[in-house]
Design a protein around this ligand. Structure first.
Ligand code: SF4
Length: 219
């Protein structure tokens, strides 16, 4: 399978997809941590046949793989619909936070915080700020062990959203989903509502950690 995918990628090793080489991108496609659209070279007309062939290979893979995968939270043992992986080139999926602290927080800051309802202390880099909301990507706690990192302690934050790449069953927009952020130190199942979906890239809001056994569906 991987050989067929590599053969149909442009072979430019240009890095536009977020990977240094087409082979690395092929690996990410197989593992569902990236998506075909991230190779914008493939959008060119001359690669139309390659694109169709790649879509066929990847669709077959997802059909074959999907039923095998059952994802469980480590703490609660509940089943999740999918694992949420980082966007290409990032260390964790993104979290959107509502900080309760009045301290000024800027893009590029390193913050220490505890998500509401989570016992774990997090260290993260601020990727952007928008009207009181901040979007972060996790960098710790392991990176703290060097002891030299400057950070702002912003206390408890409410986690409003997640953004990342789906590994597992694809939902639809507006679905309430149960997912496992790959960076979650407790490997606890989270829930939320899908507000944006573009291939495997997803934004989930209305995050809740108080997830329990799923309700029995009535027809
Ligand atoms: S963008 Fe396409 S051509 Fe460039 S390295 Fe990635 S897969 Fe290869």
């Amino acid at each position: 399978m991987i050989k067929n995918i590599i053969e149909n990628l442009p072979g430019f090793n240009c890095g536009v997809c977020g990977f240094r080489k087409c082979e690395e991108f092929a690996d990410a496609l197989i593992n569902s941590t990236s998506e075909l659209n991230n190779c914008t070279i493939l959008h060119q007309e001359r690669f139309a046949n390659n694109r169709n062939t790649l879509n066929e290979y990847l669709n077959v893979k997802h059909c074959v793989d999907a039923p095998k995968e059952t994802i469980y939270g480590l703490v609660d043992k509940y089943e999740a619909d999918f694992i949420l992986e980082p966007l290409p080139g990032e260390h964790s999926c993104r979290e959107t936070l509502y900080p309760f602290s009045k301290e000024e927080i800027n893009t590029g800051d390193i913050i220490r915080y505890r998500p509401l309802a989570c016992p774990m202390i997090h260290f993260a880099k601020v990727l952007n700020t928008n009207k009181g909301l901040i979007t972060v990507s996790m960098i710790g706690p392991c990176n703290r062990l060097d002891g030299n990192m400057d950070f702002k302690d912003v206390g408890v934050c409410m986690v409003g959203g997640f953004e990342g790449i789906i590994k597992g069953k694809l939902p639809q927009v507006c679905d309430t989903v149960r997912f496992l952020p790959s960076h979650c130190m407790m490997q606890k199942v989270h829930s939320g509502v899908v507000v944006q979906l573009e291939n495997r890239k997803v934004s989930i809001e209305g995050i809740h950690l108080a997830v329990w056994a799923p309700p029995v569906k009535r027809d």
